[in-house]
Design a protein around this ligand. Structure first.
Ligand code: 4NP
Length: 156
């Protein structure tokens, strides 16, 4: 079986997908899974930038340091590197579908499709709101991360 490699994708790669990456790295480490993990944005607005300070503080509440993460834009080449690509919302899923090379083998889905009872739901964008929104994002990405870890453990 191909080793899994997981990419989380949102718009800016400074709020939702870095938190999804951090939560998944954390849950995978707890489970003893060694999985190539990254995140990216469909937009280039924040390439090279650290995550939003509210996202950094949210992860830090769980002793997870994401201040060294840097924004990057997703590209068609990611479909060859990653076996699993999860989009934060429908707009980003649509953009990924448009750049995906024909015949790519990656599993492309919404992140919350991983969470029982939440298939088809978007991960809410906390960018315009208060810091509490980032706490809700953390809860959602942690639920998705735990579900994905369970799935990957089963395939091991
Ligand atoms: P993200 O949040 O996609 O979760 O990283 C956003 C970050 C930046 C912008 C919008 C959403 N922006 O418009 O710059």
């Amino acid at each position: 079986m191909t080793e899994p490699a997981v990419l989380f994708v949102c718009l800016g790669n400074i709020c939702r997908s870095p938190l999804a990456e951090a939560a998944f790295r954390h849950e995978a480490a707890l489970a003893g899974l060694n999985v190539l993990t990254d995140s990216a944005g469909t937009a280039d607005y924040h390439v090279g930038e650290a995550p939003d300070p509210r996202a950094i503080r949210t992860a830090a509440r769980f002793d997870i340091d994401i201040s060294g993460y840097r924004g990057r834009q997703v590209s068609a080449a990611d479909f060859a590197r990653f076996t699993h690509i999860f989009a934060a919302d429908h707009a980003n899923l649509g953009k990924l579908e448009r750049i995906a090379p024909a015949g790519h083998g990656a599993r492309l889905a919404l992140l919350l499709d991983l969470v029982p009872g939440r298939a088809g739901e978007a991960l809410a964008d906390p960018w315009y709101g208060e810091e509490e929104g980032f706490h809700a994002t953390w809860a959602d990405v942690t639920a998705a991360a735990r579900a994905l870890v369970e799935e990957l453990k089963g395939e091991r």
